[in-house]
Design a protein around this ligand. Structure first.
Ligand code: MF3
Ligand code: CO
Length: 251
């Protein structure tokens, strides 16, 4: 069932979104050659805790980290590791969820580590643009399929493919709520968007093919051909007017 949030709940979502966005910015600042994803996870977790929040990902389905850090062909759900050390030219997706006072904020960015290839810059640009194309459609009266279709269209226009199987989601008191928010779909189809709905929109984009595998660690999702992948995400509220991005560093 899709939950409609009241004004007090939306305020709580804004606060959680701010914390998640600040934590993501901090991860980006520290994403430099030589640091391990374990160290990044610790920096982010310390920050979130020191602001009264925590990560709902830790232990979720047995996930061992607090946040997901996914390098290059690793699309999503990369487990923080002391052995995963960033190097110049990598791209790093940081997927950060913060829970604060019973509300969730979920956001992701793919960062360039030092100087990266033109190929890397291009997939980052298209994936971020696809996120904003999706957000533009997150208005009352539209349907979920309008968001999906806008994302799909932009991703394909760049010659890229949305990853199979993984999608965005409703979010609120829980990290994953209804409705599902696919990255591909038909305009005019799916649940109707209403003021007070809060959703996480998250294009997950592969260079060539939608195909993905899950590694033996049971979490890390990778492209099957070893090519680059990219992920951007915001938590967004449907309002009576413009879409409201909740995962901003300040409101
Ligand atoms: N941000 C991810 C999502 O959108 C978090 C899931 S990772 C997990 O679903 F470890 F918590 F599963
Ligand atoms: Co999400």
């Amino acid at each position: 069932m899709i939950q409609i949030k009241n004004q007090a709940e939306l305020k709580g979502m804004m606060k959680a979104g701010e914390l998640a966005a600040q934590a993501l910015a901090l991860a980006g600042k520290h994403a430099v050659p030589g640091i391990s994803t374990w160290e990044l996870d610790k920096i982010v977790d310390d920050f979130v805790r020191s602001h009264g929040g925590h990560s709902p990902c830790k232990g979720y389905g047995g996930f061992p980290g607090h946040n997901c850090f996914s390098i290059n062909d690793n699309l999503i759900h990369g487990i923080p590791s002391k052995k995963k050390i960033l190097k110049e030219g990598d791209i790093l997706s940081c997927d950060i969820v913060a829970e604060l006072n019973g509300f969730m904020g979920d956001n992701t960015k793919t960062f360039a580590v030092g100087e990266v290839s033109e190929e890397a810059k291009r997939i980052i640009k298209y994936t971020e643009e696809a996120l904003y194309k999706g957000i533009e459609q997150a208005v009352a009266g539209n349907r979920i399929g309008d968001i999906s279709h806008a994302i799909e269209t932009h991703v394909k226009s760049g010659g890229y493919a949305c990853a199979e199987k993984f999608i965005g989601h409703g979010i609120g008191h829980e990290m994953h709520e209804d409705p599902e928010v696919p990255n591909e779909g038909k305009a005019g189809h799916g649940p109707r968007l209403m003021p007070g709905m809060t959703i996480a929109i998250e294009p997950m984009v592969n260079s060539h093919s939608s195909k993905v595998n899950i590694l033996n660690d049971k979490w890390t999702v990778v492209t099957t051909d070893g090519s680059l992948s990219c992920h951007f995400e915001h938590t967004v509220a449907i309002t009576n007017g413009e879409p409201m991005i909740l995962t901003l560093e300040s409101h």
